[in-house]
Design a protein around this ligand. Structure first.
Ligand SMILES: NC(=O)c1ccc[n+]([C@@H]2O[C@H](COP(=O)([O-])OP(=O)(O)OC[C@H]3O[C@@H](n4cnc5c(N)ncnc54)[C@H](O)[C@@H]3O)[C@@H](O)[C@H]2O)c1
Length: 264
């Protein structure tokens, strides 16, 4: 029965884009494997997302684990594999990498402790960019992604623009887009599409950590002809529309969902 079930895997399911996409995909008939990394204070938001999926009559298997840890990744993928084996097979049709865990220090600061260092730089690239490759590799090896599956990740205009305090994350976004092109090329023979969404500036917990977030927000609202920022639901509606199995020729690209913001 279960290969008729639709499943999405959301990395970063408890907040922002990940939470909105989880809810929208559940509305569209997807069951959800959700991964998030929440301590006591933010755990309720993860439980709420899971409860919302179940309220919609879908299954929700959630894991509160760091996606950048090799052992966690192996355990979670083994759990997905077990689930499908015990339920007559199946694959993940939509995967979203929407993980925000970056260092926001400047490269240059009067006190070296105030500047990004090797450990912080490498952690940011590992969590926000390289982990996309490791998850995709292991899912493909376990035959959990197949013809028609879509892999998405979240980039930003920071991949090609400078923003104060965003240096390590900018580097991660540039790497993420490069990883996306490479994965798309190598997975084309298997019929798996790999793309990025470039979201406009969106008021989420991760955005509020960026230095000058309030100023950036005001700037966008003033500049944008529609007078609003991007909302997580803008991405959520798009991921649902692109889940259509007939859309199988869009791969290795960046789909901007920003109301035109990056042209301004
Ligand atoms: N907010 C924006 O303006 C904006 C714009 C463009 C792109 N993005 C990108 O979108 C993605 C999601 O950002 P958001 O704004 O929705 O952030 P958010 O803080 O609202 O959500 C981040 C999610 O990632 C999870 N997470 C963080 N570190 C993790 C880890 N190590 N392991 C597992 N889960 C982890 C959190 O639990 C949470 O579910 C990021 O890649 C971000 O750079 C954000």
């Amino acid at each position: 029965m279960s290969h008729h079930e639709k499943w999405a895997l959301i990395l970063g399911a408890s907040s922002g884009f990940g939470a909105a996409c989880t809810r929208a995909l559940a509305d569209a008939g997807f069951n959800i494997f959700g991964v998030h990394f929440d301590l006591k204070s933010t755990l309720p938001r993860a439980l709420q997302v899971k409860a919302d999926v179940e309220k919609k009559g879908r299954k929700a298997l959630f894991f509160n684990k760091n996606v950048a840890d090799d052992k966690n990744r192996a355990e979670i993928i083994a759990a997905l594999d077990d689930y499908f084996k015990q339920n007559g097979g199946g694959t993940v049709q939509v995967m979203l990498h929407s993980v925000a865990f970056g260092n926001l220090k400047p490269f240059i600061a009067p006190d070296p402790n105030g500047a990004v260092d090797r450990k912080a730089m490498e952690m940011t690239l590992d969590v926000m960019a390289n982990s996309l490759v490791y998850w995709t590799q292991d899912l493909v090896r376990a035959n959990l992604l197949g013809r028609g599956s879509k892999v998405w990740s979240m980039t930003s205009s920071g991949s090609h623009r400078v923003i104060v305090g965003y240096g390590p994350v900018s580097a991660a976004k540039a790497a993420l887009e490069s990883h996306t092109r490479q994965l798309a090329l190598e997975l084309a023979p298997k019929g798996i599409c790999v793309n990025c969404f470039q979201a406009g500036v969106t008021d989420t917990p991760a955005f509020r950590m960026i230095p000058n977030a309030e100023r950036i927000k005001e700037h966008i609202m003033t500049l944008h002809p529609d007078g609003r920022m991007t909302a997580p639901e803008d991405i959520a509606r798009t991921i649902v529309a692109f889940a259509d199995s007939k859309l199988d020729w869009i791969t290795g690209t960046v789909v901007r969902v920003d109301g035109g913001e990056d042209n301004i």
